[in-house]
Ligand binder design. Structure first.
Ligand code: ATP
Ligand code: MG
Length: 552
């Protein structure tokens, strides 16, 4: 991770530095706690970079803990994908844990609360609980089961665990304060009954599952977490986090600190919505290059460095905001501008025949891999009698502002000779199928004297070029805040993917590894996909355009 700008000081790092300076903690321990109910997205990256970055920068440690208390929505496949994504982002956890590792301990702490008269088994249905809960302006009412004896509660809780009661028929609730202005404190549920589920870690061992607000503080405390960092929507849960730890016999009491979640324009980040995009086939999968998932960004061609850089650039605060997509795009553009080798690829081919070039002559030319970095060396370019240029780089007529090839005038083929367009050949429908040209052998590496060359265009040998499929990407949604009008799917951009089938790549791209990234000169940055087209042609995904064409 050398060469990256160090993470800027934020209010959380300030708290940590104070806690180290005061001797409150000798070592810092953080955790990243995803629920394995989907793939990680760029919002999670913010939390990963924050938590693991702190662990690293303060010589502490960071756990990866799966918050796996809802087996109905969780899967082993998501566990594996999340592990792979965290590693790919460049981080190594101190310990890999599952909240389900603590199910037995959590149960025992629940029993402690019952014994202390601080938790009770409640027979109200979910609807009744809601009705009793009250509102923001009205206090709740106490459950008729609130004053059960300790003995009765212990017996009922054990029978819940033994599987004697149906789903939804009973819960274990904390006995706190039904009149609290904070609704989270109005006797929140600690355990619920869920039969018939196979948990990816614990199988069918349990039919009662602990709630997040009970599980999370205890899991943090068991692991000796010093600072439990979470997003702002948990601020109102902090009194409950503290209540749980204050009322059980556990010594460690981590400090919960909230920060603003990342929102990004032109995309969605809720796992429910991302799941819907995948399950309904609006995208090709969790790793579709248009998805804001880590797997999608990786397949698209983002580097781990660019994502870490982005997360450090947006900073960590307590005020909600929405980041422009251009900020993320700029992070990868800057990275690839510095590091991606240059290549030529023709995306919409038009054939040029160089009439004064001998039919089987192949000339090997050199093209620098990077215009500003000589250490990156050069690659061989093969020039033949027939070459492809982009259709947009030729016009029969144009004014002086058009810096490309025009009938009767000259242009340079990049890293090669100056050519003149002499004649167009049309098919029966009148479409131009070939342009006949002539080249000036005196113009390799030098300009012709006294003649005006309009500009420089890219090209690929027709005989030696590699046929390829290129996928151009636009934003997945047409509007900055999808779903504002109700249905986020209605805001999908129908043109977010354009597949170009007739592309031709320069021969140096032969054998490019899946995941390798290039600048296709004058076109943009592209990454070799992990899959080939069905006929075996390589597929290249557009990572990002050469310039920000959105900003203004
Ligand atoms: P969703 O609400 O979409 O299901 P989540 O917050 O429930 O997402 P988790 O897997 O529980 O997803 O999140 C793991 C960690 O990542 C949590 O600490 C959470 O606060 C953090 N996180 C999730 N989304 C964001 C985001 N957009 N910005 C910053 N942190 C996030
Ligand atoms: Mg969650």
């Amino acid at each position: 991770m050398s060469g990256e700008t160090p993470a800027p000081k934020n209010f959380i790092r300030q708290i940590i530095e104070q806690d180290l300076a005061s001797g409150k903690h000798a070592a810092i321990r953080t955790r990243f706690p995803p629920e394995p109910n989907g793939f990680l997205h760029i919002g999670h990256a913010k939390s990963i970079v924050l938590n693991f970055g702190i662990g690293k920068d303060y010589q502490g440690s960071t756990n990866l803990r799966f918050d796996d208390t809802n087996p109905a929505k969780e899967e082993e496949a998501f566990v594996r994908a999340i592990e792979a994504d965290v590693r790919w982002l460049g981080y190594q956890w101190a310990e890999l844990r599952f909240a389900s590792d603590y199910f037995e301990q959590l149960h025992d702490y629940a029993v402690e609360l019952i014994r202390a008269g601080k938790a009770y088994v409640c027979d109200l249905s979910a609807d009744e609980v809601r009705e009793y809960r009250g509102t923001l302006t009205e206090p709740g009412r106490e459950s008729p089961f609130r004053d059960r004896s300790v003995a009765e509660n212990l017996e009922l809780f054990e029978r819940m665990r033994a599987g004697e009661f149906e789903d939804g028929s009973r819960t274990l609730r904390a006995k706190i304060d039904m009149a609290s202005p904070n609704i989270n404190m109005r006797d929140p549920a600690l355990y619920r009954i869920r039969h018939g589920l196979i948990h990816h870690q614990t199988g069918d061992a349990w039919c009662i599952y602990p709630m997040y607000d009970f599980t999370h503080p205890i899991s943090d405390a068991i692991e000796g977490i010093t600072h439990s960092l979470c997003t702002l929507e948990f601020e109102d849960h902090r009194p409950l986090y503290d209540w749980v730890l204050d009322n059980i016999s556990i010594a460690c009491h981590p400090r919960q600190i909230e920060f603003a979640r990342l929102n990004l324009e032109y995309t969605v980040m809720s796992k429910r919505k991302l799941t819907q995009l995948v399950s309904e086939g609006h995208v090709s999968g969790w790793d579709d290059p248009r998805m804001p998932t880590i797997a999608g960004l990786r397949r698209r061609g983002y580097t781990p460095e660019s994502i870490r850089q982005f997360c450090n650039a947006i900073g960590v605060t307590r005020s909600d905001s929405t980041v422009e997509m251009g900020v993320l795009e700029n992070a990868i553009r800057t990275d690839l501008d510095a590091h991606a080798p240059r290549r030529m690829a023709v995306l919409r081919p038009l054939k040029l025949v160089i009439s004064n070039w001998p039919a089987d002559q192949v000339e090997t030319l050199q093209g620098p891999n990077h215009p500003k970095d000589e250490d990156m060396g050069s690659r061989e370019l093969l020039l033949t009698r027939e070459v492809y240029i982009d259709r947009d780089d030729f016009r029969e007529e144009a004014n002086k502002k058009y810096k490309r090839l025009v009938l009767g005038s000259e242009v340079r083929l990049r890293n090669a000779y100056v050519i003149r367009a002499d004649e167009v050949i049309r098919d029966d429908s009148g479409e131009i199928v070939e342009v006949h040209c002539s080249y000036d052998p005196e113009t390799l590496g030098k300009n012709p004297e006294g003649r005006k060359v309009r500009g420089v265009i890219h090209w690929v040998s027709a005989e030696r070029g590699i046929p390829a499929q290129v996928r151009l990407h636009d934003r997945l949604f047409r509007v900055p805040n999808p779903g504002r009008g109700g249905d986020f799917l209605a805001d999908l951009n129908p043109d977010s993917l354009r597949v170009l089938e007739d592309c031709v790549l320069e021969p140096a791209l032969e054998g490019a590894q899946a995941g390798s990234r290039f600048q296709f000169e004058r076109e943009g940055y592209f990454c070799r996909d992990i899959e080939d087209a069905s006929d075996g042609r390589p597929v290249f995904n557009e990572v990002v355009s050469l310039r920000d064409s959105w900003g203004g």
